[in-house]
Design a protein around this ligand. Structure first.
Ligand SMILES: [Zn+2]
Length: 115
């Protein structure tokens, strides 16, 4: 299951942010997952509990928002939500068909808080 990998990646991002912010303990982590399915979020949260054990983030809340995958056009460089493009079959920028889906999921740390 790739949710374990997602949880581990998030732990790594969160601990990195905690180090930069000089926090001794994390209480809340906000993140976004582009290309993550809403039904995967719950599973990631379960793994989060396991993966944060013994770290600064143990017992913290994970707020993870599932967002649509993004894509990029090879021809004109257009970037945006991939899903609609895929349905239409062409790039909204140039009408081309070489739109690639960004390798999903792309995780983005929004904020961490703690003390
Ligand atoms: Zn294009």
């Amino acid at each position: 299951m790739h949710e374990v990998g997602i949880a581990r990646e998030l732990v790594k991002l969160a601990l990195g942010a905690a180090g930069k912010a000089d926090l001794g303990r994390l209480s809340r982590i906000e993140a976004k997952g582009h290309g993550l399915l809403p039904e995967e979020v719950e599973s990631v949260r379960l793994h989060w509990e396991v993966e944060t054990k013994g770290t600064l983030a143990e017992g913290s809340d994970l707020e993870l928002e599932a967002l649509p995958a993004r894509g990029q056009c090879v021809d004109c460089g257009w970037q945006g939500v991939w899903e609609g493009v895929w349905e239409g079959g062409a790039c909204p920028g140039c009408g081309g068909e070489d739109v690639l889906e960004e390798p999903a999921p792309v995780l983005e740390l929004v904020a961490v808080s703690g003390e």
